[in-house]
Design a protein around this ligand. Sequence first.
Ligand code: F7E
Length: 368
Amino acid sequence: MSKVALITGVTGQDGSYLSEFLLSKGYEVHGIIRRSSVDFRECIAHLEGQPNFHLHFGDLGDSMSLVKVVGKVKPTEIYNLAAQSHVQVSFDSPEFTADVDATGVLRVLEAVRACGLEKTCRIYQASTSELYGKVEEVPQNENTPFHPYSPYAVAKLYGFWIVKEYREAYNMFCCSGILFNHESERRGETFVTRKITLAAARIAQGLQDKLYLGNLSSLRDWGYAKDYVECMWLILQNDKPEDFVIATGVQHSVREFAYYAFKHAGIELKFEGEGMNEKGICVAGPENLIGKTLVEVSEDFYRPTDVVNLWGDPTKAKAKLGWNPSKTSFEELVKIMVDSDMAKVAAEGAAQKVRMNLAEYLEKGIVK
Ligand code: F7E
């Protein structure tokens, strides 16, 4: 039987890597995209037009659209990756977050039942380490009690439990991957890792003066998104529907991430001071930056409640799925992201120079 995957959130970091992965395994891949006034399709632009890659309009907030797409595509696997995924934004838009991240999961499950596919279609739900929130145990595994600590995490907790409920009530093959933070060169620019790598690249190339961050002491278990999508697939190939923690088992602070990112961009930082007064000062690197404060703390990036000690234990995924959590180390991940942003910023800088030259030439009448 040919394998047909349907991915919600296909335009995002994980959706794009998963599409590439499934296409390489011979799947027919269908993605659901939302109609919005701005098109964000940069991550999948290279896949559009491939014969086994198809896009459909739909929305997790619109059951009818989901029923239509699921009924038409008849997927053998669904990966529900769509979400309002920014924790800080969930404090500003809690109702929208609940609708997409909680009720949206229910809509996907019900669409599968409405189309009579509950016995043939396996469902992966993108769950999150944010469920552990105000952590009750370190490191966290599949048996650690949940303590969600943001509107995002509370919504995702509903998603986790409704998947478990449908598995038991209707005998459906649906499971959650409890993914710890996973990053890449395709990560959204407002998540802390990408914000740092982009700023390090801009500062190194003289296009930005300073980077403002929130809680530098927050601890995360950061992995490479490209490695994690393989695990999403492995979870659906397992004999039994089960939930899995996906993490590297290694923990670092935001401060350490910033230190290594700047170092890779050719700037050595020394952190001085505490709390709101902490600063990252350049102690080695380009001469014009030495002695300058390049990182400062701003209250704007603090959250009403913050999750500060996430550290995953991937033992179960290693043992039962044969997944390797150490494929890409923390240092390699930082390097991949900084290298990519250094190149991106250099290209942007070059394009800006061309535009500036052109404006000058037009003004001077050199070109008309
Ligand atoms: O924050 C601290 C911030 O926004 C990480 C999502 O994919 O992973 C992600 O959620 C930490 C937090 O990711 C800034 O307070 C300091 O403690 O990169 P983040 P997140 O909140 O961990 C989980 C697994 C998900 O499921 C989510 O969908 O870094 N932090 N200064 C900052 N964070 C941001 N964004 N910006 C700062 O300036």
